[in-house]
Design a protein around this ligand. Structure first.
Ligand code: 13P
Length: 245
């Protein structure tokens, strides 16, 4: 199971302290099979990277530019810069970035250059509430996957995070049967169209210590991408505990 903390635009140097609890917790459960990945804002990547050295926690960034290394792109960060600072993962295609203008084709370019830089990808997809109401969920998910992964090699470096836009930060989560159906649909595309033998699909959207157990009971779920609840160490640890212990 993957547990990925997406801190979004939250956190400062003081919040690094909260990692101590998580580091202690994870070292107690060495034998349990789970992965912990933190995606703090760019400003904290370096400090995180130093802090988690020799722990089982891994580092990810929340976005990147599609240019692989350098270029005249004010305010942007490239995949190779992320790799250089100790990041192993990068989130690409988050709906909050799609909302700010990331297109499927830019997302495809970002995935391509990130893989070439040696990063693993947390590739976010998900339908809006209107799309869901119009019964367009499958259509949207398959379009996002087909365009995002177009001509991508090394598909084993990709984790999919299914994040219905209507469940992000709202407290609403899909019903179990619905979530299972959508994850099955996503896995089917990855297997049939991309020949990925054992695709990994995570769920994200209002995951918290109260609903984690029920969500984790869905049999084809491979982990969680957690926003708000990941900012407090106790909540993050609780989610892991409820899922795997
Ligand atoms: P919340 O857990 O705050 O709903 O955010 C989910 C998310 O967007 C993770 O990427």
């Amino acid at each position: 199971m993957y547990f990925i903390a997406n801190w979004k635009m939250f956190g400062d140097l003081k919040s690094l302290k909260s990692l101590n609890k998580v580091i202690n917790f994870s070292s107690k459960y060495k034998r349990k099979k789970f992965k912990l990945i933190y995606c703090p804002p760019y400003t904290l990547l370096d400090s995180f990277s130093k802090k988690i050295r020799k722990t089982r926690i891994e580092l990810g960034a929340q976005n990147c530019h599609f240019e692989i290394s350098n270029g005249p792109f004010t305010g942007s960060i490239s995949p190779s810069m992320l790799k250089n600072i100790g990041s192993n993962y990068v989130i690409i295609g988050h709906s909050e970035n799609r909302n700010m203008g990331d297109t499927d084709s830019q997302i495809n370019k970002k995935i391509n250059s990130s893989i070439k830089s040696g990063l693993k990808i947390i590739f976010c997809i998900g339908e809006t509430l209107i799309q869901k109401k119009k019964k367009k969920t499958n259509q949207i998910l398959s379009k996002q996957i087909l365009k995002g992964l177009f001509k991508i090699n090394n598909l084993n470096k990709i984790l999919i995070a299914y994040e219905p836009v209507w469940s992000i930060g709202t407290g609403a989560v899909p019903r179990s049967f619905e979530l299972e159906k959508n994850i099955t649909f996503i896995k089917k595309i990855l297997k049939n169209k991309f020949r990925i033998k054992n695709p990994k699909v995570l769920y994200g959207g209002s995951v918290n210590p109260k609903n984690a157990k029920n969500l984790a009971a869905i049999n084809n779920i491979d982990g969680f991408l957690i926003g708000g609840a990941s900012q407090k160490a106790n909540n993050f640890i609780d989610i892991v505990k409820k899922t795997i212990i």
